[in-house]
Design a binder for this molecule. Sequence first.
Ligand SMILES: N[C@@H](CCC(=O)N[C@@H](CS)C(=O)NCC(=O)O)C(=O)O
Length: 210
Amino acid sequence: MRLKIYGTAASRAARPLWVAQELGLAYEHVALPYLGGATRTPEFLKVNPNGRIPVVDDGGVLVWESMACTMYLAERFLGADGRSLAARDNAERAEILRWTFWVVTECEKDALLFLMHARLMPPERRRPLLAEEALRHLAGPLRILNQHLQDRPYLAGERFTVADICVASVIAWVEDAGELMAQCPLLRDWLQRCLARPAFQQVRSMAKSA
Ligand SMILES: N[C@@H](CCC(=O)N[C@@H](CS)C(=O)NCC(=O)O)C(=O)O
């Protein structure tokens, strides 16, 4: 198959997989795990010298970095119904770029700290203070996104775009941080709208069965 997406759905590969599912793309899923050295073999290092997933291979064009993979697919492909997740004008392009860079630089590290230390790591290795501190750091940026959502249902305006996928896939890591979500009700509702989409639900069930 011409299009391949490398990386288990239980990883940042969920981001490009979500785009592929939204658009109904035909792709081969090479569900490499991120533990156990599968991303560090000489063969995979030729695909991504960083030794990380996800990677999109579009007929030999290799894209790594999850947000780059996600935006590449959205720019490159339309859905079968002609639907696009990419920018249709400069105003949408500005929203997609700024919120995607924002979530990676302002939110991802803290969201991941919370996920690891409050949810994923074995209880004896968790450091609850790190998880609490991460949520405190996130409160400021998430209030800004909450405010942005005051007069639009999606990040770029009236329609769902790749910006929603890039941002929701990070904020989903703190989805069940009840107090934080209660402080940002518009963001909480937007996140639920995004995560309820059939394409995301498909990716979530792929992750559960991984
Ligand atoms: N900034 C990178 C981070 C990629 C990353 O850390 N991927 C993890 C899985 S979510 C991985 O491949 N870990 C395996 C390793 O580092 O050996 C991106 O967004 O793609």
